[in-house]
Design a protein around this ligand. Structure first.
Ligand code: NAG
Ligand code: NAG
Ligand code: NAG
Ligand code: NAG
Length: 401
């Protein structure tokens, strides 16, 4: 942050001298323009005073996926903006990379700037512009075929943020990468847990999979999982942090009357892509965890103590599991743990505004997931059907009173 502040300060110092000369052509300097230069403690109260909750959220202006320049919008500072995408292969890699071009013109004052967030489901980056000209943003190499296909099809999403949001952006930067399904996302999760929970991650020697025999597993044995990559990884990181637990997910083993072993767990994706409570055969579950789970799970088997196993009522456990099978995952139960007071719901560095910003961006990229997380949680809370915008408002208000 430091170099940016000083560059802007110098720029501001220079342009202040010029203001009298150019006043006839452009609007004079506006107090909001200098907000990014002030420390968060100072700029936040001013920002809250000047803006409504809606202004403070990143606003989606469009997505650039081709050289077509029809994507135009009006920014907060520059009134005429155009963006287009040029794919290239400078990196000589399988999927190549791309250059996002942004042409920003018609600034409303000499001191204003526009702040942008650029996102794909695999990365997020940001930049700020205060010079009226063409700017470029380089993507040297697409992370994977999935990112390449996404950008070809949907483009890089562009969000405009209020200039006073620099503080939030730097915090946003810490949280958003957690959600990306990349090695970067994974190391971000680990760093996040180390920093905020003091958790230590030490790589085990090989083999990474115990040669476990399903014969040794009994009804009532517990599986504690910790996922550290992708959507589940990020969600679990935040969950571990707010709950103080080192497991983000759990499942229970059950044997049926023929002695066949099953695993009952929530958060299993069914054929329609919904996360539901499911009962899977041990073989299917274990095979998924070993070969298909891209969240890089750490799994611990915690056998039930023999005394407790003797008391464990398998019939009742099966009845309970069957009664829940196929039901929605229950994001509401999880998020309940976070949104449980009128104010100060989020531990630092998360604040309601930041959560709202992340969710706004996330909602644009992967609407089905974001909608699940938030609407399930708050519909349950309020006993009603609410729209995303309303809940963003609620959480924003509650965090900033
Ligand atoms: C906005 O910019 C584009 C591209 O630079 C230009 O073609 C267009 O005429 C401009 N529109 C206005 C209203 O200035
Ligand atoms: C980029 O160049 C490399 C090496 O020449 C080639 O293997 C790859 O297929 C190219 N990728 C694209 C997307 O054109
Ligand atoms: C795992 O256990 C089975 C049966 O006990 C044995 O045949 C196999 O060699 C073991 N595999 C490893 C990698 O130890
Ligand atoms: C086990 O649970 C079943 C079903 O709820 C119940 O009928 C039975 O009495 C329970 N057995 C014991 C020993 O508590």
């Amino acid at each position: 942050m430091e170099p940016l502040y000083s560059i802007i300060t110098i720029f501001l110092a220079i342009s202040c001298f010029q203001i009298p000369k150019v006043q006839a052509f452009q609007a004079p300097f506006h107090p909001k323009d200098i907000l990014p230069l002030l420390p968060d403690q100072v700029s936040w109260p001013i920002m809250n005073y000047l803006n409504s909750a809606v202004d403070i959220l990143p606003s989606f202006v469009g997505a650039a996926s081709s050289t077509d320049t029809t994507l135009q919008w009006k920014g907060a500072c520059f009134y005429n903006n155009t963006a287009w995408m040029v794919f290239h292969n400078k990196s000589q890699t399988e999927f190549g990379g791309g250059t996002l071009h942004l042409k920003v013109t018609n600034a409303h004052s000499w001191t204003c700037m526009d702040l942008y967030v650029f996102a794909t489901p695999f990365r997020v980056t940001w930049d700020y512009y205060f010079l009226s000209r063409e700017h470029t943003l380089e993507f040297d190499e697409w992370e994977s075929k999935a990112e390449y296909d996404y950008v070809k099809r949907k483009g890089v999403a562009i969000f405009l943020m209020e200039a006073g949001m620099l503080g939030t952006l730097s915090a946003f930067w810490k949280v958003f990468p957690l959600f990306t399904n990349t090695a970067w996302g994974e190391s971000s999760n680990i760093a996040f847990l180390e920093k905020n929970m003091g958790a230590k991650f030490e790589q085990r020697p090989q083999p990474w999979v115990t040669n476990i025999s399903s014969e040794d597993i009994h009804s009532g044995d517990f599986l504690a999982l910790s996922k550290i990559r992708g959507r589940w990884g990020a969600f679990e990181s935040l969950e571990k942090w707010v709950s103080g637990s080192y497991a983000g997910h759990s499942a229970v083993c059950l044997r049926d009357s023929e002695g066949k072993l099953w695993v009952a767990e929530s958060g299993h994706e069914n054929e329609e892509g919904e996360d539901v409570i499911a009962i899977l055969s041990w073989e299917e579950w274990w095979d998924f965890e070993l070969t298909k789970d891209d969240s890089n799970p750490h799994i611990a088997l915690l056998p039930l103590h023999p005394d407790l196993r003797a008391k464990f009522n398998v019939t009742a456990a099966w009845e309970y599991a069957r009664s829940l099978e196929g039901k929605p995952y229950g994001y509401h139960n999880l998020i309940f743990a976070w949104i449980d007071t009128i104010e100060q719901n989020y531990p630092s560095p998360l604040d309601a505004n930041l959560v709202a910003s992340v969710m706004t961006v996330w909602n644009q990229l992967q609407p089905e997931y974001a909608a699940n997380m938030w609407s399930e949680a708050l519909n349950k809370r309020l006993g009603t059907e609410v729209l995303l915008i309303l809940l963003v408002d609620i959480s924003w208000n509650s965090g900033n009173k």
